[in-house]
Design a protein around this ligand. Sequence first.
Ligand code: BGC
Length: 456
Amino acid sequence: MSTFTYSSPFPASFVFGVAAASAQIEGAAFIDGKGESIWDRFARTPGKVAGGDNLDVACDHYHRFDEDFALMASLGVKHYRLSISWPRIYPQGDGAPNQAGLDFYHRLFASMARHGITPWVTLFHWDLPQALEDRGGWTSRVTVDAFARYADTVVKEFRNEVKNWITLNEIRCFTMLGYEFGTKAPGRKESAAVVNQTYHHALLCHGHGVRAVRQFGGAGARVGLTDNCDVSVPVTETPADIAAAKAWFLDKNLHLLGAIHGKGYAQAYLDRVGADAPQVLPGDFDLISLPTDFLGLNVYTATYVRAGRDGQPYEALALPPSYPRADSPWLNLVPQAIYWAPRMCHELYGHKSIFITENGCGYNVEPVVNRETGGEVIDLHRRDYLRNHLREVHRAIADGVPIDGYFLWSFIDNYEWEDGYERRFGIVHCDFATQARTPKLSARYYAEVMRTRTIV
Ligand code: BGC
């Protein structure tokens, strides 16, 4: 019988961390030879980003990383997930690498090491070089070839500093939202066939990322994908609703996790997309389905599913208008999402090591109060989100789901893509006018969780 009970500490090997991404925090958008990214361009396109906000300065992490790592260390953060800016390394997407960009990340990793913080590095978190977009972006195999060279360069260069690699962040978002709905950069609205091809190219890049780490990562290197699978939560935890939720999960994730694990697109997917199916070249799935060491999951929300009626395999339910949500309209509060997503991936695809690579919530109005005593933000909404989600992570571990770590999104308020600086996801408040950092109540709360390894 398991001795892991409700009040047990998280396992000793469990990784607690925080996450952020290059474009969202670094700033220095045109400094030291960095090339333009599709987000630099998109942000300057009128009407695309709230308030017309751009990434030029963001949290100025480029110049303040030492101070930021000192703050992380003071909160007891020992693991930090960050991403490397492709256009900082290859300003034109390919060609010659930019030494100043490589030097920046050497300085950054050195500072992390001084502060006792282990890096978890994502190769691509949405900041595609604009020069590659000009040659087709994710619709073109030119981007796949360029990514392969970029991944090789980065993994070789940082093999002594980085052992934990993540290939891509959320394929769905940068393909579907960027090329189908156009709400994210590059803001295109393409046909289904073109959009399906962007998924396929992204899957190939994931494969190249895995290959690069195997080839050049050195001893002890590990690698995985970060996916934001569509998540189902059974309305009741009964066999019938659980089976329905699983059927829904399989269906919705057929084109990404399903394809990777099925070593090809399933017939059900091909039937669904018909003539719009991606073009697959011989050997593509040898690369795409290379074994990984872990699966990263970004979990924010979910869809409730119950057993279907009239012979249907499932019924997905629309939420009532007053269902609780964060200020991001898509961020419905469903903490069980973080229990079911990893459990489904474990049971359906056999994952044996899963890291929650993002989980968090965004709100607009989070004033700094009590300035006379150093300042704080009373973000009890975020403390509640965090606690409820950690409870479900803990429950999953108790039920034998192999979750090995949790990264909170995000360390600091940052550039929230098309929502600009209005939407705050940080546990540290950033005053974008002065760059002052103020840990919120949730930062103190999480510090105590990390220190005690229990849900306080
Ligand atoms: C992304 C982050 C983003 C967060 C909140 C995730 O989809 O990976 O970059 O800031 O969600 O929207």
